[in-house]
Write a protein that binds this ligand. Sequence first.
Ligand SMILES: [Zn+2]
Length: 249
Amino acid sequence: MFSGAAGGPGDPSTVTRVSVRHCPNPKCPYRAEHGRPAEYRDDASTCSDCGAELADGKGCFDTEDLRSARPLEELGEQLDTEIDALGDASGDPILLQKAPGSISLPTIQLVSGALVIAVSFYYLEQRHFVAVIPALVGFILFFLGFNRIKHRDRRARRVRLHQKGFAFHIGEKEIAVPFEEIEMAGIGQRALRSKGVTLGVLHDLLLSCCGGVYSLSSFESHAGLQPRETDRFVLWARNVVARAKKQAL
Ligand SMILES: [Zn+2]
């Protein structure tokens, strides 16, 4: 159904894979037991567990999809729908949260660099000219930290539900994703740990769309608590999955 990350879109060599079918019945006993739809080769027509008519595709995402998923931003090159065409917006825009930790090293470099420069200049004032060396080190640290912070992707990512799709805003860029373009949608989560402590959960929305798998992630901090079921991104993503499923029926 989708050619994945291998090859470019439209490359005919990448679509020669064994086609699979799956059981779309949400009440299938196989699905209840394994948490995913039963898969069949394309020569089968009904599910051996419940007898339902099979549907094309594999019906769910696997770890390979999660690994090879591309950021949703890249979907903008494939779609040319205007946000106005999605109908009225429902609910407020939701800001996607980034996982913590990406800023710590540059910040440490910046602060320690500034500190070393200040101390070195104090000694230079006192005519201890050997302090030129730590001053130089301080400048290098400061520059490294400054450069990393400057080049960090600080564009805000927001999503908003509309009648016929959802809008994804990244900085100044806008991408309109109509539900009818979504072949399959699913939600996953990964625990984010640092030094054995769980910091929170990274929620992923996976979309199979325009021949590829795309992902959108938001971080939910635990702050020492159990996972909250009320995270706005998760509620929003569930809505997207439900509407995409309805579209596919
Ligand atoms: Zn079945």
